[in-house]
Design a protein around this ligand. Structure first.
Ligand code: SF4
Length: 140
């Protein structure tokens, strides 16, 4: 959904959602490893119909991979219309509660990531546990 003319700076920024769905055109940037954490790809890979069809044969792709795509802003149910920002990363930080690390892990989408733009390294400190800890508590 396009922001209205009176949109805030956050709404004007075209940033990437790091919690996107598996669909053609999305970018695969992480794979859930055996420990339930994310292995970040060196470079994100745009997925196509073939990838999606194969991925849908197993468990939900979003539980095995991390995808990114354009943040829908006010078109997303996670958008905080009061704070004019993504409400999901604020909840993730509150629930997981990891301290910010002095060193950021490699991430192929950080430069355009909505979560990083909003909460910087504190967002990154939670990110690779999002699948493991968060899905039952937040994602509805
Ligand atoms: S508001 Fe948050 S969860 Fe929704 S699309 Fe944007 S970054 Fe993703």
């Amino acid at each position: 959904m396009e922001p209205k003319n009176n949109s805030t700076p956050n709404e004007k920024q075209n940033l990437t959602c790091p919690s996107y769905v598996c669909k053609p055109g999305a970018k695969l940037y992480g794979i859930v490893n055996a420990n339930g954490l994310i292995d970040y790809l060196k470079e994100p890979i745009e997925i196509d119909e073939t990838f999606m069809a194969t991925a849908l044969k197993g468990r939900e792709p979003e539980k095995r991979f991390r995808f990114s795509g354009t943040c829908a802003k006010s078109g997303c149910k996670q958008w905080d219309t009061t704070g004019h920002e993504c409400g999901l990363i604020n909840s993730v930080i509150e629930i997981i509660g990891n301290d910010e690390s002095s060193e950021l892990q490699h991430c192929g989408i950080r430069a355009k990531c909505r979560w990083f733009a909003q909460r910087k390294g504190l967002a990154c400190a939670q990110c690779n546990e999002v699948i493991r800890n968060i899905e039952m508590k937040i994602v509805g």
